[in-house]
Design a protein around this ligand. Structure first.
Ligand SMILES: [Ca+2]
Length: 360
């Protein structure tokens, strides 16, 4: 971007209302662009008598915008999508259905996950997004998925003993109040569920830090829930026999009800791109969604060894992958060899065989 130059003037560039230190030339440029460079730029031009502000120039970081568009398209293409909250227009508008929500308490909107322009829900430790009573979100007896991007901003040294709440479906005034509540432990080591009877946990593969992560919670009808973290299956935990509680209010990042039997504070960080589905998304779908923004993550490596007249294939994280084989490449079809178990012992034969691991 540049403006016409003339003598005896000084220049100061701004992104929105933020003064850009050192950007005092007629031209503003970047060695490389990142998402936070996006914004509306103006230059205040000053001479000894007065100052004038240039017409605004909007910079979008198009590669990231394209990623965001791909992500949105992938979500919207899921046949079981019920509701999708992007928060990009600084509302809790439902982009898919009509289950629009509202801000409550001190919640606000703030910087989005990785792809401005736009914004994220910021429950701010005390507020939340109130979606209200949506029967399809009760997930009382069937399958479903809730997917979102999360950022845990708190300091693990000062958060105290409480579990910041991600997502809940409960009634403030009737006990037992909850169909379900999900939170993260204070040390950011696991995600916990609460179903009025027990707390169950699935351990995060790594400390959540203060970065954005992709989170999917899959409800299984047995009943249990499976955690996917950054596109990878992080475990399944049981739920107690559900107490059907139609009329539960769905809340994003909300504190527990005052006087309730549990005491979650609101989410202390940000939530973005929250999607509710009526079906359990497959591991492949979830991985594909996450990888649109994260790139390939945690893909396993097949280790090959020999043992007598066998080859032995092994890989990490065996619970998440199906070993498949094909005699040709590219394969016309893949044949399952082994599920949920590593290593696999394969007799050596005369021909070629190709192997892959498929996320399940
Ligand atoms: Ca957003």
């Amino acid at each position: 971007m540049n403006i016409a130059a003339s003598a005896a003037m000084s220049y100061q560039w701004y992104n929105g209302s933020t003064l850009l230190t050192g950007q005092t030339n007629t031209v503003i440029s970047w060695a490389s662009l990142v998402a936070t460079n996006a914004g509306t730029y103006t230059c205040v031009i000053t001479n000894s008598f007065s100052s004038v502000t240039s017409s605004p120039a909007v910079l979008t970081v198009s590669a990231l915008s394209a990623q965001k568009a791909s992500y949105e398209a992938a979500v919207m293409a899921e046949p079981s999508l019920i509701s999708y909250y992007k928060f990009d227009d600084r509302t809790c508008h439902d982009s898919k259905g009509t289950n629009h929500g509202t801000l409550q308490g001190t919640a606000n909107f703030s910087e989005p996950f990785g792809f401005p322009p736009g914004s994220a829900l910021d429950p701010n430790g005390a507020g939340w997004g109130q979606i209200g009573v949506v029967a399809n979100f009760d997930y009382v007896s069937g399958n479903g998925t809730v997917e979102m991007w999360v950022r845990a901003d708190w300091d693990t040294n000062t958060i105290g003993a409480y579990y910041p709440a991600l997502l809940s479906n409960w009634d403030f005034y009737v006990q037992p109040a909850a169909n379900y509540g999900f939170s993260m432990d204070p040390q950011k080591a696991y995600i916990a569920s609460w179903d009025t009877q027990t707390r169950q946990t699935n351990t995060l593969p790594a400390n959540a830090g203060t970065n954005w992560h992709h989170l999917a919670i899959v409800f299984n009808s047995d009943p249990s829930w499976t955690l996917f973290w950054d596109g990878v299956n992080a475990g399944t935990a049981s739920l107690s026999t559900r107490i059907p509680h139609p009329g539960g209010t769905t809340q994003l990042g909300a504190p527990s009800p005052v006087g309730g039997i549990i005491n979650f504070p609101a989410w202390t960080g940000k939530l973005d791109e929250v999607a509710f589905y009526s079906a359990a998304l497959s591991a492949t779908d979830i991985q594909n969604h996450a990888q649109i923004m994260l790139g390939p993550v945690n893909n396993p490596v097949i280790n090959v060894a020999t043992s007598g007249n066998n080859i032995v294939l092994s890989w990490a994280d065996p619970g998440n992958w199906v070993l498949e084989s094909s005699p040709t490449l590219p394969a016309s079809s893949w044949t399952p060899v082994q599920t949920n178990n590593s290593p696999a012992t394969i007799p050596i034969s005369g021909g070629k065989e190709f192997f892959r691991l498929r996320a399940q």
